[in-house]
Design a protein around this ligand. Structure first.
Ligand code: CAO
Length: 438
C-alpha cells in the first residue's frame, strides 16, 4: 500500500516554491533523506523523508508552490517493499529464512511524527576528511546561497561554493552550477593543477552588445598546446639584432632573378640556414627532454618548423633536412608549405619532428616579441621587421639594416649564457652570410 507523504509543519512558511526535487520514482530512500528543497523569500530548506521505502510517484515538480499538508509523493514503506521483495523472490527467502523484514519500531514511530525540516544552515561544519584537492574557504562557503543538498554535493566534490556563480532565483547556486564549475575547472587542467581558481563564467552582454563565435578547431588545438607549454616550460627570451644590410643586398638580387621563375625569396630562408649553423654550433638547442625529464635527446637532423599564420589560426609545418637544401630549394618549399597550410592540407605528420621553430612576423611589423617554445623542442626564434638604423662603426654613425631577433628557450635545458651565445652567433652569421658556407 502506497502512503502519502505530505509537507509537514514548516513553521511560518506557506506557499513556498519547490526549487529542487531530490528523488524520483523507483528511488529507495531512508528516513531523513531529503525529498524536496523549498525556498521562501527568507530561507531555503529541505523536507526530509519521515520514513524509508520506495518512491512510487512524485507529485510535485520544480516551480510548484507548497504549504503544510501538500502532497509530495507516494511511498511504499520499507516494510511493504520488503514484503513484496520476499514474494517476488521466494527461493531466496527459502534459502535464507533468518532475516526478519520487520520495520524498526523507531521508524514506525517516525512515520507518525514527521521529522522536522531543517532550514539551510548558516555555516556547515567541515567533514572530518576533506577531498585532497579541496581548498574550501569556509566563510565564503557558508555565505553562498545554496540548499543543503547542493552544499553537500559541492563539498563532496571539493568545490568552494564561494567561487560558484548561482544561476537560480536570486543568484541561488544550483547543482548544475556546481557541475558547470567542475567541468570548467577540468577543462583547465594546468590551472587546476597549479591551484589557480578557474575563470568565472561571465555574461558580457550585461555591458553591451556582443557576438559569440566558436573557436576554430586549429585555435582550440593550438590553444591547448600553447597553454601547456606556457605553464610547464620555464621560458627566457633573449633579444638581439643582426646587421643584415649585406644579406639583404644579396637577397634582393636573388629575389629579382628568381621572381621570373615564380619563386619568392624572402629573408626567412637565410634565417633557416643561419639557424641550422647555430644548431650545429650549439647542439643542446637541437634537443628534447624525454618524458621523464631526466634525459636529453640530442637530434642529429636539422628540421625547422615555420609558424604560418592562416585564417583559421596558427600552424607549424616542419621543413625537413634544411642543412641539405639550398636557399632556392627552401624558398620553393616554403611557398608550398604556406600554401598547403592556408588550404588546410597539412597532415599531422607534416607538423612533427622539428629541431627548432622560427616564427617570423617580419612581413607584418613589430620590434620584438616573446614567442612560446614549441615543445618538445627547446627553443624558438622570433624574427621581427628589419629597420634602417644609425649604427656606430667606431668613427661615425652608418645607416645599417638591423633585424630584431627574439629567442625564447627552455631554461631547464639551456642556460642564459648559451642563449646569448646562440643569438650572438646567429647575428654574426646573418651579418656575413659567407659564414653559412663554413
Ligand atoms: N623584415 C622586413 N621585411 C620582411 C621580413 C623582415 N624580417 N620578413 C619578411 N619580410 C618581407 C618579405 O621580404 C616580403 O616582402 P615583399 O612582399 O616585398 O617581397 C614581405 O615581408 C612578406 O613576406 P611573407 O610574410 O609573405 O614571407 P615570409 O617568407 O617572410 O614568411 C610565412 C612566410 C609563412 C612565415 C608568413 O607568411 C607568416 O605566416 N608569418 C606569420 C607567422 C606567425 O604568425 N607567427 C606568430 C606565431 S606566434 O609565435
Amino acid at each position: 500500500m502506497s502512503k502519502e507523504i505530505k509537507v509537514p509543519n514548516i513553521g511560518d512558511f506557506s506557499d513556498v516554491e519547490v526549487i529542487e526535487v531530490l528523488v524520483a520514482p523507483g528511488d529507495r530512500i531512508k528516513p531523513e533523506d531529503s525529498l524536496i528543497s523549498v525556498e521562501s523569500d527568507k530561507a531555503s530548506m529541505e523536507i526530509p523523508a519521515p520514513e524509508g521505502g520506495e518512491v512510487k510517484e512524485v507529485k510535485v515538480k520544480v516551480g510548484d508552490k507548497v504549504s503544510e499538508g501538500s502532497l509530495i509523493l507516494l511511498l511504499e514503506p520499507a516494510s511493504d517493499a520488503a514484503a513484496d521483495e520476499d514474494k517476488s523472490a521466494p527461493e531466496e527467502t527459502e534459502k535464507a529464512p533468518e532475516p526478519e523484514q520487520k520495520p524498526e519500531p523507531k521508524q514506525e514511530a517516525k512515520a507518525e511524527v514527521p521529522a522536522q525540516p531543517q532550514p539551510a544552515p548558516k555555516a556547515e561544519a567541515p567533514p572530518a576528511r576533506q577531498s585532497p584537492t579541496a581548498r574550501i574557504d569556509e566563510e565564503s562557503f557558508s555565505k553562498a546561497h545554496a540548499t543543503p543538498a547542493v552544499r553537500k554535493f559541492a563539498r563532496g566534490l571539493g568545490v568552494d561554493l564561494g567561487q560558484v556563480e548561482g544561476s537560480g532565483r536570486k543568484g541561488r547556486i544550483t547543482k548544475e552550477d556546481v557541475q558547470g564549475f567542475v567541468k570548467r575547472a577540468l577543462s583547465q587542467p594546468a590551472a587546476g593543477g597549479l591551484g589557480v581558481a578557474p575563470m568565472p563564467e561571465i555574461d558580457f552582454s550585461q555591458w553591451g552588445e556582443v557576438e559569440t563565435r566558436p573557436l576554430s578547431k586549429i585555435n582550440k588545438l593550438t590553444g591547448q598546446f600553447l597553454h601547456r607549454n606556457w605553464v610547464t616550460i620555464p621560458h627566457v627570451t633573449q633579444f638581439d639584432e643582426a646587421d643584415i644590410t649585406d644579406m639583404e643586398k644579396f637577397r634582393k638580387e636573388m629575389a629579382a632573378e628568381y621572381k621570373e621563375k615564380g619563386i619568392k625569396i624572402t629573408p626567412l630562408v637565410f634565417m633557416m640556414k643561419a639557424v641550422v649553423s647555430a644548431l650545429r654550433e650549439f647542439p643542446r638547442f637541437n634537443s628534447s627532454l624525454d618524458s621523464t625529464g631526466e634525459n636529453l635527446i640530442l637530434k642529429r637532423y636539422f628540421n625547422v618548423g615555420i609558424a604560418v599564420d592562416t585564417p583559421d589560426g596558427l600552424v607549424v609545418p616542419v621543413v625537413r633536412e634544411v642543412d641539405r637544401k639550398s636557399l632556392v630549394d627552401l624558398a620553393v618549399e616554403l611557398g608550398e608549405i604556406s600554401a598547403k597550410a592556408r588550404e588546410k592540407k597539412l597532415k599531422p605528420s607534416d607538423m612533427q619532428g622539428g629541431s627548432i621553430t622560427i616564427s617570423s612576423l617580419g612581413g607584418i611589423g613589430g620590434t620584438k616579441f616573446t614567442p612560446i617554445v614549441n615543445a618538445p623542442e627547446v627553443a624558438i626564434l622570433g624574427v621581427s621587421r628589419s629597420k634602417m638604423q644609425p649604427v656606430w662603426n667606431g668613427k661615425a654613425f652608418e645607416p645599417r639594416l638591423m633585424l630584431p631577433l627574439s629567442l625564447s628557450y627552455d631554461h631547464r635545458v639551456i642556460d642564459g649564457a648559451d642563449g646569448a651565445r646562440f643569438t650572438t652567433f646567429l647575428s654574426r652569421v646573418l651579418s656575413d652570410t659567407r659564414r653559412l658556407l663554413l
